[in-house]
Design a protein around this ligand. Structure first.
Ligand SMILES: CC(C)(COP(=O)(O)OP(=O)(O)OC[C@H]1O[C@@H](n2cnc3c(N)ncnc32)[C@H](O)[C@@H]1OP(=O)(O)O)[C@@H](O)C(=O)NCCC(=O)NCCS
Length: 158
């Protein structure tokens, strides 16, 4: 099947929510950072697969800060979208919020950028469609993804 020229960001957006449960919490009742990273990887992989229409692997995850805790009984909400595609790789941005379903409050928990690579059954990287940005935010993320890729490639070379 031919790779299409491009896909709109809206075609691959992935949204996901999960209730914070005791198995995934520390002794203070806060959701573990590793659990949030796992959910970030899943939400991002869904967006990348939707964009590529192909199996993808996580090549890297950039720096992550946790700026607000998620307490037991609260909801973790994630939204992921493909910011830009290169040749075989894609940068996916994920934003994480916590929602208190009783109080009705929502707070920003973390944001992350991940790189996924589309691979064939032999594990070889294969080309992906380009991203077609539409809104001003999508154009900004597209441009910034290019700068972040330069930085990642420089780190890799070192
Ligand atoms: C990611 C992987 C497919 C790259 O394979 P590779 O032989 O290095 O392939 P290439 O050098 O041709 O790179 C392919 C693309 O990946 C990108 N890439 C590779 N490593 C990267 C990294 N650490 N961070 C960001 N991008 C990376 C390259 O820039 C290239 O992008 P482009 O085609 O858009 O220019 C390979 O390293 C792999 O399979 N890793 C394991 C992935 C995995 O199992 N993840 C699950 C968690 S362990």
């Amino acid at each position: 099947m031919d790779t299409p020229q491009g896909r709109y960001v809206s075609e691959s957006v992935s949204e996901y929510s999960e209730l914070a449960l005791p198995n995934d919490a520390n002794s203070l009742g806060n959701l573990l950072g590793g659990k949030i990273m796992h959910l970030v990887d899943l939400a991002a992989a869904i967006a990348a697969m939707r964009h590529a229409r192909n199996v993808v692997v996580t090549a890297s995850m950039d720096h992550m800060d946790f700026i607000h805790p998620v307490k037991l009984g609260q909801l973790v909400r994630l939204k992921a979208s493909v910011n830009r595609a290169f040749r075989t790789s894609m940068e996916v941005g994920v934003k994480v919020w916590m929602e208190d379903p009783v109080k009705g409050t929502v707070q920003h928990v973390s944001s992350a950028y991940l790189t996924f690579v589309a691979i064939n059954p032999e594990g070889k990287a294969v080309p992906v469609p380009q991203v077609i940005p539409e809104s001003a935010d999508e154009h900004r993320r597209y441009a910034q993804a290019g700068e972040r890729r330069e930085y990642r490639l420089a780190l890799r070379r070192r």
